[in-house]
Design a protein around this ligand. Structure first.
Ligand code: ES4
Ligand code: ZN
Length: 326
């Protein structure tokens, strides 16, 4: 996919990326054959035609289903390496990568297989692709708080490979406070904290993620625009938002990209970043996303450079590393 030099290929960090959401149809069928898994789609064309989502839940149903092809460490390594190659081609210099252990342990895949497989790709990323990486372990918010605690416990032998915890999956009806205890435990173990909030859920979930879970960044945060007092706070406290405009269109949080509030959010002084979320499903990688917001929202080169700068500011990099990668 060609991207524009002045827009899509800017050096940038990607901070909101679900590794399972980088599973392209071709790789899904390759892994299905390798592992003897039967998919309910005849071919990649039929699978792609299923990517017409109504909302977050209709996407998640397909997304969790397709993960059935991921079995071995090699599968997770191949998945991550394919993402890193694509990301490098679009200017990504640093990637903070989400994974969903419960989506795999529920299928009988041990967390060690997931973390070790992903880590094999991440360890070689700097030399192969020029991308530094971090790993963020997400809890599924539509599962119980006990399941999240058990997941953190199961991850204990792997914490040297994990930088932060996050919270994802179906938002509405699963407020952040449900996960107070596991976030406290994660913080006590030295993990940093982020959470999806305000994707489909109300602005109050954003406030709760900050006050109850102690998160440093908000993933999405789109609905903060419904609450001017919250916008003021996010600006004042310089809380980064990891926005995903193409995701918001495909999951119908906004009707069309031209309606996305990103320009107003930047004008309000919010620390915005743009990211791809689940690029295999939502029509583009992060360079494509920069290009799309340039085209649809008229963001100029200076604004795109500000987004790229914000991505390094918001990253979990120390100051020296940050300067080297920009
Ligand atoms: C997700 Cl777009 C989105 N929202 C919440 N959870 C997710 N997991 C993967 N993609
Ligand atoms: Zn997400």
């Amino acid at each position: 996919q060609p991207t524009d030099r002045t827009t899509g290929n800017l050096p940038k960090a990607e901070l909101h990326l679900h590794i399972e959401g980088t599973l392209e149809p071709d790789l899904a069928f390759t892994l299905a054959a390798r592992n003897g898994v039967r998919l309910p789609y005849a071919d990649t064309e039929e699978l792609r035609r299923a990517y017409l989502f109504e909302d977050l839940q209709s996407f998640l149903d397909l997304y969790y289903g397709l993960m059935a092809v991921l079995h071995t460490e090699q599968d997770f390594e191949d998945l991550a390496d394919a993402y890193l190659a694509r990301a490098a081609a679009q200017g990504v210099r640093h990637a903070e990568i989400f994974f969903d252990p419960q989506a795999h342990t529920a299928r009988g895949i041990p967390i060690a297989t997931v973390v070790e497989g992903l880590s094999r790709a991440l360890e070689r990323s700097e030399e192969r692709h020029g991308i530094s990486t971090r790993l963020i372990m997400c809890f599924l918010r539509d599962q119980s708080a006990e399941s999240a605690l058990a997941t953190l416990e199961a991850a204990r032998p792997h914490l040297h490979r994990i930088t932060a915890v996050g919270l994802d999956s179906a938002e509405v009806g699963h407020p952040p406070a449900k996960f107070r205890e596991v976030y406290e435990a994660a913080a006590a173990l030295g993990l940093r904290r982020v959470a999806h909030a305000g994707e489909e859920g109300p602005p109050a979930y954003i406030t709760e993620a900050l006050d109850v879970l102690g998160v440093e960044r908000i993933d999405h945060g789109l609905t903060c625009m419904q609450d001017p007092g919250l916008v003021d706070r996010l600006v004042r406290e310089r809380i980064p938002l990891t926005l995903c405009p193409l995701s918001n269109v495909r999951l119908r949080a906004v009707d069309v990209l031209e309606d996305h509030p990103l320009p107003q959010m930047m004008a309000a002084g919010l620390l915005c970043t743009v990211n791809s979320d689940d690029p295999a499903y939502f029509g583009g990688y992060v360079g494509d996303t920069y290009h799309a917001v340039h085209e649809a929202l008229g963001l100029d080169e200076e604004q795109l450079r500000a987004l790229a700068r914000n991505s390094f500011t918001a990253a979990f990099l120390d100051d020296d590393e940050e300067r080297r990668r920009r």
